[in-house]
Design a protein around this ligand. Structure first.
Ligand SMILES: [Zn+2]
Length: 116
């Protein structure tokens, strides 16, 4: 792992009835409908499945405006997650996912290139 270990990984929900793990919090299991869910932090290592670059008008004081990458990452745990990414990532690159604070929304998850 290359990110600060306190912020590494992805917060997911695990269904205590069927074991399904989901990265998007829905409040219920999409497989069995159970509401018996537990939050877990799983490893954020994976590979870039696809990537695109978005261009938006830069707004003063808004760090989320401007040009940025959006990558679909397949985690080693088998979950696919759409995340922000550096624009120079390529399909197949090894990345690690991290967020500024594990309790922040999933939309703030960032892909960070793993060091070789
Ligand atoms: Zn379930």
């Amino acid at each position: 792992m290359t990110a600060d270990s306190a912020n590494a990984g992805v917060l997911v929900e695990r269904c205590e009835q069927c074991g399904r793990v989901a990265a998007l919090a829905r409040g219920f299991c999409a497989v069995c409908g159970s509401h018996d869910l537990s939050p877990r932090v799983i490893g954020g290592d994976g590979n870039v499945w696809s990537i695109t670059t978005l261009h938006s008008r830069r707004r003063d004081g808004d760090p989320e405006s401007g040009t940025f990458g959006i990558a679909l990452v397949v985690l080693d745990a088998g979950i696919r997650l759409m995340v922000r990414a550096p624009v120079d990532l390529r399909i197949g690159d090894r990345v690690e996912l991290a967020r500024p604070d594990l309790h922040q929304p999933a939309s703030l998850v960032q892909a960070i290139r793993e060091r070789p």
